[in-house]
Design a protein around this ligand. Sequence first.
Ligand code: F6P
Length: 534
Amino acid sequence: MIAYNALSFTIHTLTQKQMNQNFSDQWQKLKRLANDESIKDLQGLFSNDTNRVKMFSHEYKDIYVDFSKNWINQDVLNHLLALAKHANLDKKIQALFSGAKINVSENKPATHTAQRKIPLSESMQHDRDKMFEVAKNYASGKWKSAFNNKIKTVVNIGIGGSYLGPKVAIQALTDLQINSHVQVLYFASVDDVRLLSILKSIDIKSTLFCLSSKSLGTIETLKNTESLLTVLNGTKGYNPKGTNHSFVAATANCEKAISLGIPESHIMPFDTATGGRFSVWSAIGFPLLMAIGEVRFLEFLSGAETMDQHFEKTGFDKNIPILMAMVSIWYRNFMHLSAYAVIPYDANLKHLPAWLQQLMMESNGKMHDVNGEQLTISTSPWLFGDHGQLSQHAFFQAFHQGKDVLPIDFIGVIGEHTDAKNYLLINMMSQAAALMNGSDDTHDEFNCPGNRPSTTLLLNKLTASSLGQLLALYEHMIFVQSVIWNINCFDQPGVELGKKIAREIVEHIQDDTLKDVRLDPSTQQLLERALKHD
Ligand code: F6P
């Protein structure tokens, strides 16, 4: 038996070594291909191939993606997909969906896809049933606020993934909150002035506060909860008892929620292996469920699940998340472009860039691989974006005539054919065309160079399902990037250091021992200036 184990270990090691060698050989081939400047001549690429748009466009369910305005040809794409193969991507995708512990630093699986799988696991079904039961009780008026009023407003208290996912979805699916069952507001940062403006704009006696926090260890969220509890306790008629409560909690830390005074009946648990920035599909989606109702929330989940099917079962050359990821790898690691813009031309999607910033940069903003080795290659680009129409009047000048080039994802929604919607789409397409073709007026002294790449994603319509497909597409894109970079996209150790320093300073201020905190001279001086009371 020992001999067999030794042999199989040897074979595995040799195979792994061979795979690593194949991967690095493929990487070198791509580096050589990147030296050919003609790949950037977009007009040339089109004139050489009348079939280019068809060859580089793909469609799945409600999403059509046109990659043809990118610095790629079939040869480059084939080599990028070969790199993905040598990265063992197919096995890594299987591991993701099988519940293997791919979040290696936390020794956990990544269960965001399991949150929308049909059928759900028993524990996830239990969690979902609880979330739906709490929503139904409040929406029907069976459960009331602690002032014995029916709920009209939900205020979400949470930050990062405990707020951005619901925010992007509620904005997208409630037509700017017009057809929302309840009004949803967000209390994410600790700015007291924000709290006061929220409190002025709501009827606190008919408001349900949703404490959304996976860990219940985030100081901002705990401070906000404390501030709100102070306000509630100081409000006449506040009487939490029985099922009348003004607070519910969506968390993976139920004990902490109970210690904060939230009854078990009002706590909506979710799996600790569902990452914060991947958690809109879990109880963190409660504000969305309250805003759009059960039927559309299930459509949202089902849309994501259908994108999971596509990602898990489609060959690399037609697999949209893989193609999105590999094109981004081409720009990041072989064209050495460090920025990435995502520009939705639709007000309903205006919060998508902020959600995607956390998803990509908190997942892949890493410098060590899964084994803790320092990486020699680049990882996450700097991602930014805003509503396209607004961005045209803000930073598009740099896109057209800046010295630095960056890849852009344009996202449009076909939807209803109103003048405004058509105008938006015409603008989006014109900007992408101008970036690619430049200005052909040779007498124009400030002409635009053109040959600036972009990908255009078109949604047939914006529905709960198509939004679920879009968000899942980007989740899988980020996962594929992490496989190529051999990093763990499911932890975020880097953000803990800043929190630790802040906690230490706060604690020392509270017991008036700030002078004992070892700080650099700059921070020391800034703190003294900020905390000085005249
Ligand atoms: O930014 C760090 C982080 O842990 C994110 O990953 C998370 O979405 C956010 O803070 C909020 O964390 P929690 O949901 O545990 O309050």
